[in-house]
Design a protein. Structure first.
Length: 100
């Protein structure tokens, strides 16, 4: 399996981030197809109970690299990627990895 991970840095305004993420970005991302699983995480704390280094994470699991590439290069995938600049004021890092 192939996993695409999006890690979000802390936004300048978490309330604005959460509003946009929930009401705008997630509906755009929901139009993407081909993934077997989607998991969204909002970090609460670091292991030492301090502030976590990252704010949020989104993970998409795909059966194989070709399916992932098709989803990411689709109109919906491109719209999702282009939307990041509209709300991810803390930055967003995208990683692709093989699970297992």
């Amino acid at each position: 399996m192939i996993k695409v991970t999006v890690i979000y840095g802390h936004p300048t305004d978490s309330a604005v981030f959460e509003n946009y993420y929930t009401n705008n970005h997630l509906p755009i991302a929901a139009k993407m197809t081909g993934h077997k699983k989607l998991e969204l995480t909002k970090f609460l704390s670091a292991a030492d109970s301090g502030k976590p280094f990252y704010y949020r994470m989104a993970e998409f699991w795909y059966a194989n690299l070709e399916t992932m590439q098709k989803a990411m290069s689709s109109q919906e995938g491109q719209a999702t990627a282009c939307d990041l600049s509209n709300f991810a004021t803390g930055g967003a890092t995208l990683l692709v990895g093989e699970v297992g």
